[in-house]
Design a binder for this molecule. Structure first.
Ligand code: HDD
Length: 685
């Protein structure tokens, strides 16, 4: 950086500092490489005259800026991506010829983009919403895109209804709100008129739609796909992603607060974890089955509103996905990545699921609009990493065209690529016949049995959350008839749930129940569907918020911090001022966050280390009181010094401390051990 001399013609009128090229900085140029001498001032006549249109430098800069935006995705607009690898642990050549699933130990590069569905690009991360979990495998035989969600079923059965679903979910068209929320009339009007959405409605009102972070959620390919082996034998498969850290969600009250305190909570979480080398991992799981299983199963395996319970068909873990590198540039990679369900590789094939069949059209089509032309696979994040050769040419932004004279096949010049019947993709030759018709199969007609199963598979705490979520969302609905119609559906799902929601809404009486097309099957519960029943057995990957004051015992601080870090947790030190605090022995402890910028909703567990004076001071601060009060209300494990307990607790928390609250005395092993569990759920009772 060099200060220009006062007479410089490039100077702004305030004598600012300008950064000019030197040995360590390249010379700035135009797009076509012409060196730029002044990046501060446009070309004008005299000191105070008009701009000159010949100023190609200014024109190019503004022209490019004016065109920086591309259309955001019509759904899943807000997302966050990372690179990684998939390593196969088990040879699956008995069921597929796909190299990515048969070469044990092979590390296939992947790009993963997580997303919310309904919100616009700038919407908050903790919206109650389904999360997208899209994985692009750059295999040796081309790109395979597994474009899934964190929920194993979908709202609708036929892609024909997708535009209606999304119109109903997004902002209402006349008023342009609400943003990133389903708590409005249009959404519940549509859902209540679509009984097929009932199973998904239960899932979206559960804690699955407010995940703690991307690292703590499952992923699902949703549809039934086919695997085909080298002999041409086909099996059906459902794909799962199982997070190594276990599942975890936040509470709704936390979600609301997190959205205010840190709208980028999920992005930041993934960024922080990968940047510090704490690479998140998921196991790829398969549920593989044959025609006989499909025939005997209570529901149609081509119906995307149904799942196959793990207790009936266990998930076989066959390999591991590791995310280990953030993008170099968000736009170039995360924004421009183009997933397509149509991208499969030899050995993996589609089924006739009518939702999947429709998706295979939509994803290709949408990229044309979003990325502006047919050459979006020339963009590095979309390009395969294996050799490829074809005769497609030209079009907007073509980066690569076929070389040579013959751009057609067959040709007699010996040029260009040729098809390969052995290596090439062959569709499974399923025999299909029948009249052309617009119908929904009778086998898709049971809309309530799995909704019931999902609800009954939850713990009491989770059942309470589902009821609360329905009450919240439906209380934002203006039309009484829509609230009643939804409760009418819930009456078929579970009477207790329906009555709790009706009571929460203050309905004058129970409405008439919906009239199911099929009798509800009383299936067994599936414990695998609960988050709380399957907690992680580790504090790893989670965060301790450590509120400190002046005058604390530095040794106690170090002991707590290192115990949490040894358990794999991340510690954030919070103080009244970000400069930090001074211990009783005069040592400075720097803070990571100022108290007002770090409410306890951002952490999984909290601790308060305060001296007598510090505790008295915290008791007078609103931010400190809500830090502790919220942590208790959010059922977190809490540790605090005896001083904080006596001088601060009663100012912040109206209840007595319980067994989820630890008074620090020596090395805090019991507190750190307790934090392995998600929450102190007993407090909810
Ligand atoms: Fe979709 C994006 C997942 C049904 C049409 N979808 C999109 C993304 C995910 C999913 C994760 C974001 C990809 C990314 O990060 O770029 N979608 C699903 C799942 C579905 C599903 C799991 C049901 C099982 N989607 C679905 C249907 C249609 C679409 C039925 C239309 C017929 N989806 C699209 C789209 C998007 C998209 C319009 C918007 C941006 C994009 O594709 O690239 O084509």
């Amino acid at each position: 950086m060099t200060m220009k001399d006062d007479n410089s013609p490039r100077k702004g009128n305030g004598g600012e500092t300008h950064q000019i090229a030197d040995d360590t900085h390249e010379t700035m140029t135009t797009q076509v490489g012409m060196p730029i001498s002044d990046d501060q001032n446009a070309l004008k006549v005299g000191q105070r005259g008009p701009h000159l249109i010949e100023d190609q430098i200014f024109r190019e800069k503004l022209f490019h800026f004016d065109h920086e935006r591309i259309p955001e995705r019509v759904v899943h607009a807000r997302g966050y991506g990372a690179h990684g690898t998939f390593e196969l642990a088990e040879d699956l050549s008995d069921i597929t010829r796909a190299k990515v699933l048969t070469e044990v130990g092979e590390k296939t590069e992947v790009f993963v983009r997580f997303s919310t569905v309904a919100g616009n690009k700038g919407s908050p991360d903790l919206a109650r919403d389904v999360r997208g979990f899209a994985v692009k495998f750059y295999t040796k035989e081309g790109n395979w895109d597994l474009v899934g969600n964190n929920i194993p079923v979908f709202f609708i059965q036929d892609a024909m209804k997708f535009p209606d679903l999304i119109h109903a979910a997004k902002q209402e068209p006349d008023r342009g709100f609400p943003q990133a929320q389903t708590a409005h009339d249009n959404f519940w009007d549509f859902i209540s008129l679509m009984p097929e959405a009932m199973h998904m409605a239960l899932w979206i009102m559960s804690d699955r739609t407010i995940p703690r972070s991307f690292r703590f959620m499952e992923g699902f390919g949703v549809h039934t796909f086919r695997l085909v082996n080298a002999e041409g034998k086909s099996s059906f498969v459902k794909f799962h992603w199982k997070p190594r850290l276990g599942m975890q969600s936040v509470l709704w009250d936390e979600a609301v607060k997190i959205n205010g305190a840190d709208p980028d909570f999920h992005r930041r979480d993934l960024w922080d974890a990968i940047q510090k080398g704490d690479f998140p991992q998921w196991d790829l799981g398969l549920q593989v089955f044959d025609d006989a299983f499909a025939e005997s199963f209570d529901f149609d395996v081509l119906d995307a509103t149904k799942l196959i319970p793990e207790e009936i068909l266990p998930v076989r873990r066959v390999g591991t996905l590791t995310l280990n590198r953030m993008v170099d540039n968000f736009f170039a990679e995360t924004e421009q990545v183009a997933f397509q369900t149509g991208n499969v590789v030899p050995g993996i094939d589609h089924s006739n699921d009518p939702l999947l069949q429709g998706r295979n059209f939509s994803y290709l089509d949408t990229q044309l609009k979003r990325l502006g032309g047919p050459n979006f696979n020339h963009i590095p994040v979309n390009a395969p990493k294996c050799p490829f050769a074809h005769l497609q040419q030209d079009g907007h932004m073509a980066m690569r065209n076929p070389k040579g004279r013959a751009n057609y096949e067959p040709n007699s010049f010996g040029e260009g690529p040729r098809e390969d019947p052995d290596r090439g993709f062959t569709s499974y030759p399923a025999e299909e016949a029948g009249p052309k018709q617009r119908v929904r199969s009778d086998t898709f007609a049971d809309h309530y049995s799995q909704a019931r199963q999902f609800y009954l598979s939850q713990t009491d705490v989770e059942k309470g959350h589902i009821a609360d979520a329905f009450v919240f969302e439906l209380s934002k609905v203006e039309h009484l008839s829509i609230r009643q119609r939804m409760v009418g559906h819930l009456m078929v799902v579970d009477d207790d749930l329906a009555r709790t929601v009706a009571d929460g809404l203050g309905l004058a009486g129970m409405p008439s129940a919906a009239n199911p097309a099929r009798d509800v099957i009383k299936t067994d519960v599936s414990p695998a569907l609960s988050i709380v029943a399957n907690p992680p057995d580790s504090f790893a990957g989670r965060k301790l918020g450590l509120l400190v004051t002046d005058g604390i015992d530095g040794g106690a601080f170090e002991a707590l911090k290192s115990a949490a870090e040894s358990a794999g947790a991340q510690v954030t030190v919070i103080a009244e001022k970000v400069g930090g605090v001074t211990t009783a022995r005069g040592k400075t402890i720097a803070a990571d966050e100022k108290l007002d910028g770090a409410p306890s909703a951002l952490f999984d567990a909290v601790a308060v280390l305060a001296s007598d004076d510090g505790a008295a001071r915290l008791a007078r601060m609103h931010g400190a009181r809500s830090f502790l009060g919220d942590a208790f209300a959010h059922m977190k494990f809490i540790a605090l010094t005896a001083e904080a307990k006596s001088a601060f607790w009663s100012a912040a928390v109206p209840d007595e401390a319980d067994d989820g609250v630890f008074v620090l005395d020596g090395v805090p092993e019991d507190f750190i051990a307790a934090c392995k569990a998600l929450r102190f759920w007993e407090r909810a009772a």
